[in-house]
Design a binder for this molecule. Sequence first.
Ligand code: SF4
Length: 399
Amino acid sequence: MPEAPLYFQKGFGLKSLVREPLEQDYRSAFIDRVRANGHELAAEGLTIRLAKEFGFCYGVERTVDYAYQALLKFPGRRIFITDEIIHNPFVNERLIERGVRFLFGRYACGEEIDRLGPEDIVILPAFGVTAAMMEKLKSLRAVLVDTTCGSVLNVWKNVERYARDGFTAVVHGKYDHEETRATVSQALKYPSGRYVVVRDLAEADLVCDTIVRGGDRAAFLRRFEKAVSPGFDPDRDLERVALANQTTMLMSESLEIERRLRRAIATRYGEEHVAAHLRAFDTICSATQDRQDAVAELLREKLDLMIVIGGYNSSNTGHLAEMAGERIPTYHIQGVEELLSADRVRHRDPHSGRIVETPGWLPAKPLVLGLTAGASTPNSKVGEVIERILELRGLTVPA
Ligand code: SF4
């Protein structure tokens, strides 16, 4: 019988040896000082308030740490990662510079997955991989370094349980996001496994309407073409539903979706039968929650504008920008290179998702500026942004 492939999930005991390169790549002594100063930096005519929680979450710290440990553990071996380790271009590019190759996605190196073998190392990212990809990698017998975040594994556990018990998973998430693709694939491990992914309240309402009134089956399947399990039948598969979330969604929206689903089920089957037709489990991770709470707290202060730093494809960063953008002028930037001048900023519009340039973003008057960063943004990038803002204001970085 062939041996099982080597599988690592808990690091290699090399933490102390990777501390230095990690700090060199991602730490900022300047940000450490701002934190120590009550998350505030006051200079002439400019106050910068940093959110209480921002930047690398525990899952990202762990995944990056394991990747660096893998580089140390397997010198001279080919080390691959399936796709982006996290949604931050700087971190992915840093890994490439350190010798990691990507199999899929925008950084794909061109190597065919079928050409991998037992000598190769494959890192699985914080989002995890689909059940089918996991099987594929096992069949190649490559060494697997699984850095899937524990909070993601928790969602998978719930989705698997729903499938086993004959409930269709309604996943609040983005159907094309790596984490959600991996999550819904867990349902398909069971013959009774079904899922539908809803992106927002509008899509949740379509599901709710179908539960209450039935409706146009063909229109439903057209709308959710890419977001339902194979062979999905809205008449059959929405009878018993169970809610889960991509870990990085907006908490307030997830809670609202749960309320609307509960109301739809009660209307259709009666209040006393809700438990038989609906299960719900909040699977938003605590790191996402903490970062959203910290933005809500910042927004209670009087701010003139907000800067949110993080990859443009980072879901949790996008939601932080959405929250702030509802209240004050907000600029979601990927890094310091987007601060073109004191007059122009290039940023992602949270509503259209387009990258746009906006003039007059940093007016020459006394300003209070709020600042936060998504869970995949290193402190080094946050530090660079603050230093650039000071520079644009003709100020120097305090010692
Ligand atoms: S955002 Fe949450 S689920 Fe994602 S890696 Fe961080 S802690 Fe894990």
